[in-house]
Design a binder for this molecule. Sequence first.
Ligand code: GRF
Length: 196
Amino acid sequence: MASGFAKPRVAILISGTGSNMEAIIKACRDGRLVADPVVVVSDNPGAPGLKTASRFLVESFACPYRRGAPREENEAPVTALIKEHGADWIVLAGFMRILSPNFVRAFPRRIVNVHPALLPAFPGGHAIRDALQASADYTGVTIHIVDEFVDHGPILAQVEVPIYPDDTEDSLAARIHAAEHDLYPRTLQQLFFEDV
Ligand code: GRF
C-alpha cells in the first residue's frame, strides 16, 4: 500500500565536473539522503557532469547561456525545466552563474549552494586559490541557502579544512572536495527533514 510519503524532488545545477552532484545522487541511491534527483541542468553543454548524470539515469539537460543576453532570458529554460520536473529544491553544485534576483525570489529559501571556503571568508570564484595566497592555516566548506547576493545567505553547515605548508591548489582542492562530498548530502538530509 502506498504510504503517501513523497520524497523531496531535487534539481541539481552544474557547470563542470559535477563531483558534488555525483556525491548527492549516490547518497540518494544508498538512502543516506532521502530525496529524488529528478533533473540535472548545466549552462555548459560540455560539462562532464552531464554524462555522469546520464550514467546514473538522471535526466540531464544543457541550457547554454547566450553571451550578452539578459540573465532572466538565459535562466528561462532552466526555470522551465525545474518546474516541469516538479522540483521542490534547487541544489547548486558548482553552478558558475550568478542567479538573477527574480530567479532567487521565484524559489524562496529553496536554493542551496556549496562554497569551497568558510564564508564570509573568501567569497567568489577563486576561493581555494585565494585562501592559499592569503597564507591561511585553514579554510573549509560552507553549505548555505542562496539569497540575492553572491555567496551569501543563511549558513546551514560549515567544516574546516586544514591548509598544509606544501599544499598546491590541486592538493588543497582535493581535500576540500572530499569534505564537500561528505558535508553536502548530510546537510541536505538535515535541511529536508529537520528544518535546520
Ligand atoms: C566545488 O568546489 C564547489 O564548492 C564550487 O564549485 C566546485 C564544483 O566542483 N562551488 P564539482 O563540479 O562538484 O566537482
